[in-house]
Design a protein around this ligand. Structure first.
Ligand code: AMP
Length: 190
């Protein structure tokens, strides 16, 4: 069982690569952002709560996010392994994920991070905003706040996984295919 955290700031290409890698390695892809957006679309209570944070570019509180993630993992009890995309984003989430994997007598094998310069991220997200329909991609101020939130709360997770010798950084600039190859080189060695 391979469990991979696909990491990087907003706009690094996690979602795009996760779609390719889940097929290639037969893993279940869980994107917490996608689950929140699904709930917003279906006007659930969770969706209303999440939207109030997402529209500002802020993180949804840990307790809510962790409970949701646990439920998503439980829905896929027979999975061959998982690609986590957009989770964990705080140390509390990383600790909760480690506990959840331990309950399953498994573990996170690697955090693979897509490295992209901030100004490239802003450009990519503004471009994506023209067609994604995502409110948080449509406004440069919100985009910059999401990147700031990443540096405030999420970037430190590199240290968390580095301490466990599980951190792998990959250049996130290039064609989709080139980046998939870089990620695959790491995953194949796990
Ligand atoms: P994403 O689709 O990963 O870019 O996430 C979009 C938004 O959903 C983020 O800006 C957060 O508001 C929220 N979100 C997604 N994943 C998490 C998470 N692990 N913890 C807290 N908030 C999250």
């Amino acid at each position: 069982m391979k469990n991979i955290v696909l990491f990087g700031p907003p706009g690094a290409g996690k979602g795009t690569q996760a779609e390719v890698l889940k097929e290639k390695y037969q893993l279940v892809h869980i994107s917490t952002g996608d689950v929140f957006r699904y709930n917003i679309k279906n006007e659930t209570e969770l969706g209303t709560l999440a939207k109030s944070y997402m529209d500002k570019g802020h993180l949804v509180p840990d307790e809510v996010t962790i409970n949701m993630l646990n439920a998503e993992v439980e829905k896929n009890a027979d999975a061959n392994g998982f690609i986590f995309d957009g989770f964990p984003r705080t140390e509390a989430q990383a600790v909760a994920l480690a506990e959840l994997m331990e309950e399953k007598e498994s573990q996170i094998n690697a955090m693979v991070a897509l490295e992209v310069d901030d100004e490239v991220l802003v450009g990519r997200l503004l471009e994506r905003g023209k067609s994604s329909g995502r409110a948080d991609d449509a406004n440069e101020e919100v985009i910059r706040e999401r990147i700031a939130e990443y540096y405030r709360k999420t970037d430190i997770l590199k240290n968390y996984y580095q301490k466990q010798d599980k951190y792998y950084g990959v250049d996130g600039v290039g064609s989709i295919k080139e980046i998939t190859e870089r990620l695959s080189t790491v995953i194949d060695r796990l």
